[in-house]
Write a protein of this length. Sequence first.
Length: 248
Amino acid sequence: MKPASTTPYLVSSGGHELPGVLHLPAGDGPHPAVLLLHGFPGWECNFDLAHALRRAGYATLVFHYRGSWGAAGAWSWTHALQDAAAATTTLRQDPLIDAERLAVIGHSMGGFVALQTAAADPAIPVVASFAGFDFGAAATAPDSDQYVEPFDGDLLPLQGTSGRALVDEMVAHGPEWRLAALAPRLADRQVLLIGASHDSAAPPKLHHQPLVEAYQAAEHHLWPTDHSLSDHREELAETMVDFLKRRL
């Protein structure tokens, strides 16, 4: 039997090769798989969750979007959406992956990308968002310019953008990016939503609760922790693995 492994992995998207890491469980496969999407700009990549998923038998890919952490290209929200779609295609074409048992899971911006990716791809059976950031809700808030300075403050590992450009892109897409509006397209999927009551980056009143109300069949939790779910990481891993075992 092949041992478990951690290997470099490339995702082709927008004419660029995007770097990633594939965590493969022991065995010959094909393995059920998870695309694990980090947020903006990716300070927290959730590798602890990737290892927990591998221990549970799931091949797990973590990769960097265009324009981030040395990846070629320019960073944008739209590029992140395109790159996640390309990553699902790449995984499905890999003979080590069970293409019919592929879940997409994301944290913060990655939660937004995960839900949007699943809504656009009916073949994704399971999707999860942890402390997801709803760019559609933020874009239609009374003062969207409040995000320019925070976005500017997180640009160190990114290239090809600015806080102003990111807010303008967010506002330009406005209502079409509201996550609650995806409910009809995700009604037949398995959805897990986890929010954090002490989350100052994605306050649950704006970013979590509207999804709980819209996605009536979703499993949801609200924990007393921060945006990174810092003191709930073991519970997060256990909840995620349990959900996948029951639903994927």
